[in-house]
Design a protein around this ligand. Structure first.
Ligand code: BMA
Length: 371
């Protein structure tokens, strides 16, 4: 309802929102006790958002889209979402894979200088930024999907430790360079995601649970304690739970995680997808709530979206009462690999309808929610 009410009701809603905040919201113990004020505000804002609906996110939304890239539209407000609904997503996803090599561009060809500007601009406009890191395999030199065991080698005492410290140093410099009006741009950082699957070198079968947790702890310690990076909210994102999975298996601990998440894709199997979404998000909600932490649907989508009315009839009913702060759709690379519709796509109308539903909050909507 939030986005459709008249201003007076809006003021009332904001007021009641604030009272929920004071009653429900426990002052969180964050991973970083020196965290920037702007990141604390972001956390509070995510809490308030979850009471109204959920923020809608899209990976690389402003970097490129179907048949265009930002460098050709530098002075134009653009994204595949904007071209359909004249509003931006409220969550902007980015990936910093290849920053570890001091590369000029990330693994998907987005220049880091452009990415920095897009992040600062997103923050200036009231958007929320989430960052994943598909880093290369430090042992083999292959990519994230090269399963050569590597985690033990980059822990303290490991043969590639020095290299890993250099890599994290580069991540730190990038995060510290994100400044707007002299304050730090707050970032939701979601490293080493989908660890309960075995497709990444930090995943199941490629490293032990103990080493995974050590990797997480030592990465946080390098960023937070060695490099004084103080603008990060750390997010733990396992993939969809298989029958034998326990959501908490790889959990690095309450002192090392700010937000709980879940990545679940629809592989053209509506029933299985909906069951997983409902089941897993309920688990995440119950664990997060008990811990006083926020939670989100950190990655999702149906590649090419061939199912009619997928957004309004499959996804929305599955998440509308989930309590998530945000949902992130994966990137629009090309016609064969995209998760958001675009102008002219068969689900464009459905997405427009999704936008009008009570809980879906785009940029203009979250700009009405001020902590
Ligand atoms: C994956 C795919 C890859 C991409 C990677 C990082 O899911 O989209 O093509 O390189 O994410 O963005």
């Amino acid at each position: 309802m939030f986005k459709k009410i008249i201003p007076i009701l809006l003021v009332f809603t904001m007021f009641s929102c604030k009272s929920i905040y004071t009653s429900d919201y426990k002052k969180p113990t964050l991973v970083d006790n020196k965290i920037s004020e702007s990141s604390k505000l972001l956390r509070k804002k995510l809490f308030l958002i979850s009471k109204e609906g959920f923020a809608i996110g899209h990976q690389d939304c402003t970097s490129y889209g179907m048949g265009w890239k930002k460098s050709d539209y530098l002075d134009v407000e653009k994204s595949d979402v904007f071209d359909m609904i004249e509003d931006q997503p409220s969550v902007y996803g980015f990936d910093i894979g290849w920053i570890e090599h001091a590369s000029d561009v990330n693994l998907d060809g987005v220049p880091f200088d452009l990415m920095r500007n897009l992040m600062i601009d997103a923050h200036r406009k009231g958007g929320i930024i989430t960052v994943s890191w598909h880093l290369d395999n430090p042992t083999s030199g292959g990519n994230s999907w090269d399963a050569t065991p590597s985690v033990a080698n980059i822990l303290e005492g490991g043969i590639h430790r020095e290299k890993y410290e250099l890599w994290v140093g580069r991540v730190a410099s990038f995060f510290k360079s994100l400044k707007y009006n002299d304050t730090e741009v707050p970032i939701i950082f979601r490293p080493f995601h989908e660890m309960n699957g075995s497709w990444f070198w930090w995943g199941k079968d490629n490293c032990s649970v103990t080493d995974y947790k050590k990797l997480w702890h030592q990465t946080v310690e390098l960023l937070r304690d060695k490099h004084n990076v103080n603008n990060l909210l750390y997010t733990y994102s396992p993939n969809k739970l298989n029958p034998d999975d326990n959501y908490m298996t790889y959990y690095p601990g309450d002192d090392f995680v700010d937000i709980l998440g879940s990545d679940i894709y629809d592989f053209n199997n509506t029933e299985e997808y909906v069951n997983s979404v409902v089941n897993d998000l309920a688990i995440v909600k119950s664990i997060a709530t008990e811990k006083g932490k926020l939670f989100a649907f950190t990655e999702t989508g149906l590649e090419k979206i061939p199912t009619n009315n997928w957004f309004t009839e499959v996804l929305y009913p599955a998440i509308k009462d989930s309590g998530i702060s945000w949902i992130l759709f994966w990137r629009n690379h090309d016609k064969n690999h995209h998760y958001m519709p675009y102008k002219g796509h068969t689900n464009e109308l459905d997405f427009k309808k999704f936008k009008t539903l009570p809980k879906t909050l785009f940029l203009k909507d979250i700009n009405l929610i001020n902590p």
